[in-house]
Ligand binder design. Sequence first.
Ligand code: ADP
Length: 634
Amino acid sequence: MATFVPVPAKKVFKGKLRNKIFLFMALIGIVPLVAAAVMTYYVVTSSHRDDVAKLEAATLTQTQGEIQSFINNDILTQTSVEIPYGGNIFATSSVPAQQYVLGQTLGALPFLRSEEYVNLAGTVTASADRNDLFGSATSSSLSSSSTNVGASPAFQAAKNGNDYLGPVAFVPDATGKNIPTVTFASPVKDSNGQIIGVIAGVAALDELQTIVASSNIGNTGYLYLVDQNGALIAGGGFAGDVGSSTVAQIPMVQKVIGGAPALTAATQMRYKNAFRQSVVAAGAPMNEDGQYWGLVAEWPTSEADAVIDALLLRDAIMLIVVFGLVLLLGAVLALIIVRPIDTLEEGTERVAQGKFNEGVSIRTGDELQELGDSFNDMVMGLKQLEQLKDEFVFVAAHELRTPVAAMKGYLELILEGTTGAIPDATRAFIEKVIASNQRLIQLVNDLLEVARSQAGRLTIQVAPVDIAPAITSTLDELKSLADEKGVTMTYDAALAGAPLPQVLADADRIKEVVTNLVGNAIKYMGGAGSITITHELAPAAESLTRDGRDLPAMLVTHITDTGLGIPKEAQQKLFEKFYRVQTDKTKDITGTGLGLFIVREIIEKMGGTIGVVSEEGKGSTFSFALQVAPPSEN
Ligand code: ADP
């Protein structure tokens, strides 16, 4: 049955603390930073938007003023035209004189196309046309004096004391270019302020193009003026489009034409303009004597938001730099805290394996160092305890050896009949006592051996030796025991036909090892069976070990039995002190659990290794490898 082997906790959590510290640091460092960056960006952006809005609004207001000044002061103030004779010429003068004044006015004001004087009855008494100036026209214009315009809204408005402005009409000039024109009328008053007639006419508005096109915002922002239908009257960036409805569908145009309610300066829109550029727009509706025009400002965001974009870029770069720094610091801090903890963990692992020779070195100059020092004190204490225990075991075992040996001697004398004949019943008991005493002797010897090894007093003299004679003599010693249990032992001392090389070992200790391993094979056979001992040569290998050392050639000895076998999970622990496999089949077999521990100590002290391959119910193979002795010099 497969047993569940839980993953050791340290593997599960490795690196977790470091990650936590790192994450924590990153959060502490980055969250406020991001918050500050977002807030700064928000505040700066909205204040910048305010600035943009204010700039656009100011430009709009100024341009609007200039447009109104042109309309009111230049077009609609014909009544203030003074003639050299003083007084209002229209109140008293003859028609030719009126005609003359109108002609003069047209000459002085180049944007006027035509002008006429209408008396209160609605009759045109004098008129002048730019096309007929200063020629025969002066007199021929008189012929229009019979025209009556009394019903026109222009005349009606002016007669009632109001200025009048008609809808914009686009008239192509000689080159085909559209010129915006407007019909106007205004009252003529005498020196008493009494309305005596009306001056009406047609004025060209191309002057507005100069006004609007020269109104800029930054380097790329521009303004344009549209009439109530969204047709372009004048505008920067729209050369040649005057009179067209290029911009009629633009959202801001829709907002400002046709008598739209006034916008606040903050009413800004962002959209794509007629040239498919992103712009931030503002607008102002205009009411010129009942004509609802609209003035729009558009500023490409590439310039309007340049400051913000630069700020955003700087913010982003700063954020990335600080982010990187925080990550770096977080990683360093995590390391600073975690490394001593790792060191401590390795220390505890060593203690768990019974290694008390090495403390930990933590030099952080803080509580962690104190913890490390306390840990070292604890290890020292444990080491002393261990030494005391070893000492005690050694002394106890040593002191026990003499009495148990004496008991053995006397018991054997009694059994041999030295003290007289012994009844059969007594003999059986004495034999049992001898067997128990024998186990006691074995235990005492094992304990002594362990204590010696623990105290570093295991004496081992390594020299080139022939291993085969040591094995053969050991097998001879164990033969009677094996025969008794029905176990056959086969030893093949050859190595694929070649003679066995000498190994670096202690001949007496080899016998001890083989006695133990073959003894175990007999003991844990679980009935009759066989033991086979063979050799194998592992050639020298270069850089085979993990640390890159070269491996010398090794002679491996395999001791294979057909016995009980060892469960998988027990195999790793076999060589530990006092470890014994506890199954139904082994529970009646006596032992100390020290044999394999001693065997491993001996093998490793001779520079060799030992391992086991086993299958429960089928048998085991214990293999130990010893270094092949280098060929002698001579
Ligand atoms: P002991 O034999 O005194 O119990 P050892 O250290 O020699 O102690 O062996 C430890 C355990 O290993 C034994 O209790 C036994 O269960 C198991 N063992 C050793 N050798 C064999 C073997 N050849 N076959 C099966 N089990 C073995």
